[in-house]
Design a protein around this ligand. Structure first.
Ligand SMILES: *[C@@H]1O[C@H](CO)[C@@H](O)[C@H](O)[C@H]1NC(C)=O
Ligand SMILES: *[C@@H]1O[C@H](CO)[C@@H](O)[C@H](O)[C@H]1NC(C)=O
Ligand SMILES: *[C@@H]1O[C@H](CO)[C@@H](O)[C@H](O)[C@H]1NC(C)=O
Ligand SMILES: *[C@@H]1O[C@H](CO)[C@@H](O)[C@H](O)[C@H]1NC(C)=O
Ligand SMILES: *[C@@H]1O[C@H](CO)[C@@H](O)[C@H](O)[C@H]1NC(C)=O
Ligand SMILES: *[C@@H]1O[C@H](CO)[C@@H](O)[C@H](O)[C@H]1NC(C)=O
Ligand SMILES: *[C@@H]1O[C@H](CO)[C@@H](O)[C@H](O)[C@H]1NC(C)=O
Ligand SMILES: *[C@@H]1O[C@H](CO)[C@@H](O)[C@H](O)[C@H]1NC(C)=O
Length: 774
């Protein structure tokens, strides 16, 4: 029952596989129902044989067959099949079992036609089920004088038994009786090989040795399995051929009748060359006048040469050899993937070929070949295309040329396994496309910045290398042998700029950056100045910078702050660090932090000429110009906000500075006045616009002071007090803190967000006018 092909290891392997696949199929099947339904079973009469095809998936285990005739039932074993003209092919790739029975097979009943009866036996859970099948095939294609069948497992020759008319002995067979019957004792057979003529034996002896002789209608039939003792192997035009020469003879008194029965079959197993399965047979297997006629095809569909050529088959003749080339992907061939230290494929073809020759006496010989040809294992490379587009921010990897019987079952991404199809809850996608050529492909998409992607800095590219190792698990179906296909995908992306950890403290903002290996790529900027130890020292920042981290503490009212929402409840202070590419000087990102500060007393001298001051004083306080009252008061504190040169301010020009001063008065008694002197001092150099354009616009914030004073007599306006006030003792009746430092806070503030105080118009113009008319 095994197909008789076995010499090279890959084919042997392929067949082992076929049988294991057959077993596997049987394990799958759970069908208990009657499988003899339409499509599951086919009975067909062909030119020279009858065929039963059974769908394996429906029967479970590979079924067995018995031949049935009037004398009983005969199990068709491998040995019995070869002797009696049966062939069982297990086409596991198709999930098909095929029984071919020669019209001359042992248990064919001949009447008007050829009647076949078989039992098909399936086993389910250890219990056999029998199905009786029968079919009668009538009037096959007319027979040629000599016909030879080179089956997969036997050779069969039949010759027309009429003797030539001129011999006058045309009725000799009726005299002698058929060669295989109880009355044929006197028929003898002798075999010849090139070296010797073997001694004759009678037909029952021959039968015991596996040969069968028979008379069917008007034809003498001789059949032999391959590899019998009396057969021999030879080469015809370089092609291996197995030959059996039998001479059947009978002597009745003075009449001797002899019939030569020669079975000769090409034993070429085929070879694979450049996409074609090649099979050879000698032109002159039997005597031929000129060329033989060839028709061939797969699975019993014979075509003439032109039709075959149109389907891509090749037929060539050279050196008295007929050569057939079957394209590897020919329709009717079977393809199977195979995993063995790589992904392979092989193809199986059931080649049928009819070769007709005519000898010098114009007698026709037809040879019918059935050959199962198997290609060696061919590598079946998958196709990987990295379609990643960094702009899309996604790895996109296409795995293509996946054969139709190979499925992707899981994917490992950097060692982490994901079953296919992917769970909807994950961020990756896998799209399958089935192509018309029956291969399919899978496209995997994984975001480049997904945590599963390994990112490492590449010094040589000064960029981040994103790495994704993909290990595909593919399974050949049916089966469970996995094939792993791995690729390493990489993509370069610009290194991500850093961002600081920031916290608000009571007196400022702390920035912290834990260095990554590539953070040398950036400069940090405060406004337009690069942050350096010198700059930090200059502006009163506290900075520490080691290989691990950068710490920067920015005290309130130092350079770089912006203030908004200023009120008695506090104000918002905002500080920004810019990140600049050291190479290109492009600003890439920034870290901005806004904190709420609830400092009780402060003074801010803005670049556009406003003084804003909060001090602890009762609500009924006022400035030098007593019409200027607090903007806000809460009982213990007041907030004034006014243009520098209004409300009775005095201006003092020194060598390098301009100082604006006002006073906050609190009337305490008839002749004593207490209060605060408030001052904003600007470097002259930063106020050049004041003198050229009459526009107050300082390059820098002014420096503010709040200095308490006590005057014994009212004097309005007060004169400018010294920059450093004397320590004073306060009267206990005042709800003021016992001690005021001479210098309080130093502020900045740019126009922003002071509703109601500064017009939204071109800042400064308004102030210029006030300056002029103050
Ligand atoms: C042949 O099979 C048919 C059913 O297909 C059945 O009716 C018939 O009896 C069978 N004949 C024999 C001789 O078994
Ligand atoms: C065939 O030959 C064997 C051995 O020579 C003999 O025993 C046997 O009887 C013969 N059979 C017939 C049917 O002649
Ligand atoms: C034909 O056979 C001869 C001798 O066997 C050989 O030298 C020659 O190469 C063959 N030609 C072809 C086309 O195979
Ligand atoms: C099948 O078709 C697809 C799409 O046209 C192609 O990419 C692929 O290479 C083909 N596969 C084979 C095995 O030719
Ligand atoms: C998909 O993921 C969710 C959440 O992780 C889980 O509950 C669910 O069982 C998963 N589904 C499958 C088919 O694995
Ligand atoms: C792919 O995954 C399989 C199964 O986990 C493993 O045996 C194999 O070593 C992996 N291949 C590579 C190259 O990592
Ligand atoms: C911190 O130190 C590194 C290494 O000495 C130096 O390259 C970098 O400029 C320093 N950063 C700052 C902000 O000073
Ligand atoms: C300022 O706010 C902090 C916390 O928000 C609070 O603990 C503190 O008492 C406040 N100080 C003043 C003077 O309101």
């Amino acid at each position: 029952m095994k197909l008789a092909v076995d010499t090279n290891t890959s084919t042997a392997m392929a067949f082992k596989l076929m049988f294991s696949v057959a077993l596997l199929l049987s394990l799958w099947s759970t069908a208990e129902c009657d499988f003899l339904v339409e499509g599951v079973l086919r009975l067909e009469c062909r030119d020279r044989y009858f065929v039963i095809a059974v769908d394996l998936a429906a029967t479970g285990e590979v079924p067995r067959f018995e031949a049935v005739d009037g004398t009983g039932t005969y199990a068709i074993t491998e040995h019995y099949a070869a002797k009696c003209g049966y062939t069982i092919s297990i086409l596991s790739l198709l999930g098909l079992v095929e029984l071919r029975a020669s019209y001359f097979s042992c248990h064919t009943e001949r009447g008007a036609g050829f009647s076949f009866r078989f039992n098909l036996i399936t086993t389910y859970k250890g219990v056999d089920a029998y199905y009786a099948l029968n079919k009668t095939c009538s009037s096959p294609l007319p027979w040629s004088p000599r016909e030879v069948t080179c089956e997969v497992n036997y050779m069969e020759v039949s010759v027309r038994s009429e003797l030539p008319c001129q011999s006058g002995l045309s009725d000799v067979w009726s005299i002698l009786g058929p060669p295989y019957s109880p009355s044929t004792e006197d028929w003898q057979v002798t075999f010849q090989n090139p070296d010797e003529q073997l001694p004759p034996m009678n037909l029952s002896q021959a039968r015991q040795q596996g040969y069968i002789f028979d008379l069917v209608h008007d034809r003498i039939v001789f059949r032999t399995p391959y590899g019998q003792l009396d057969s021999y192997h030879t080469e015809v035009t370089g092609i291996p051929v197995e030959v059996v020469r039998a001479t059947l003879f009978s002597r009745k008194s003075w009449v001797v009748v002899m019939v030569d029965l020669i079975a000769a079959c090409s034993k070429d197993e085929g070879s694979y060359d450049s996409g074609y399965m090649i099979w050879d047979t000698p032109e002159a297997l039997y005597p031929s006048l000129g060329k033989t006629q060839i028709s061939f095809g797969l699975n019993g569909n014979l075509m003439d040469q032109a039709a075959a050529a149109q389907k891509g088959f090749i037929m060539g003749r050279s050196n008295s050899t007929v050569q057939i080339g079957i394209p590897y992907n020919a329709e009717g061939g079977y393809r199977k993937s195979f995993v063995s230290d790589g992904l392979f494929e092989f193809y199986i073809f059931n080649l049928d070929l009819k070769q007709t020759s005519v000898d010098e006496r114009h007698e026709e010989t037809v040879v019918w070949f059935h050959r199962t040809l198997v290609t060696p294992l061919l590598s079946s490379p998958l196709f990987i295309e990295d379609q990643t587009d960094v702009e899309d921010g996604t790895f996109s990897i296409n795995l293509g040329k996946v054969p139709r019987d190979v499925e992707l079952t899981s994917v490992q991404l950097n060692g982490q396994e994901f079953a296919v199809p992917f769970n909807d809850s994950i961020a990756y996608t896998l799209t399958e496309v089935r192509h018309s050529n029956k291969s399919h492909s899978y496209t995997l998409k994984v975001p480049l910045r997904d945590p599963i992607v390994i990112q490492e800095f590449s010094k040589e590219n000064a960029a981040m290398l994103h790495k994704l190792d993909i290990n595909y698990t593919l399974i050949v179906t049916p089966g469970d042998e996995p094939y792993y296909h791995t690729i390493s995908a990489t993509a370069l992306m610009a290194a991500p700029p850093p961002s600081f950890d920031v916290v608000c403290t009571e007196s400022g903002i702390d920035f912290k950056l834990a260095y990554r290996s590539f953070d040398y790529l950036w400069d940090f900027m405060i406004g337009s100045d690069r942050l350096t130890p010198a700059l930090a020292a200059n502006h009163g920042y506290t900075m520490s910078n080691d290989s691990q981290s950068l710490l920067l503490s920015v005290p309130l009212f130092t350079h770089g702050y912006k203030y908004t929402d200023i009120g008695l409840k506090g104000f918002l202070g905002t500080f920004t660090i810019l990140v600049r590419d050291r190479e290109t000087a492009d600003i890439l990102t920034s870290t901005t932090k806004t904190c709420l500060f609830n400092t009780t007393e402060f003074i801010m001298c803005s670049t556009n000429g406003w003084m804003t001051v909060a001090v602890e004083m009762p609500a009924h306080s006022h400035l030098v110009n007593s019409l200027c009252v607090p903007k806000e008061a809460d009982g213990t504190r007041v907030l004034f906000s006014f243009p520098l040169h209004s409300c009775g301010s005095t201006v003092k020009l020194a060598k390098e500075t301009v100082t604006y001063q006002n006073k906050i008065y609190l009337d305490t008694s008839e002749n004593a006045v207490e209060g605060m002197t408030v001052r904003c001092m600007y470097p002259l150099a930063s106020l050049y616009r004041l003198f050229s354009l009459h526009k107050f616009e300082s390059d820098e914030e002014g420096v503010g002071n709040i200095i308490p004073f006590v005057e014994t007599t009212k004097a309005v306006p007060a004169t400018v007090t010294p920059a450093v006030a004397p320590q004073i003792t306060r009267t206990p009746s005042l709800p003021l803190p016992p001690f005021y430092p001479t210098v309080r806070y130093i502020k900045v503030y740019r126009v922003q967000n002071q509703p109601g105080q500064i017009s939204k118009g071109p800042k400064g113009n308004l102030q210029v006018k006030k300056l002029r008319y103050a």
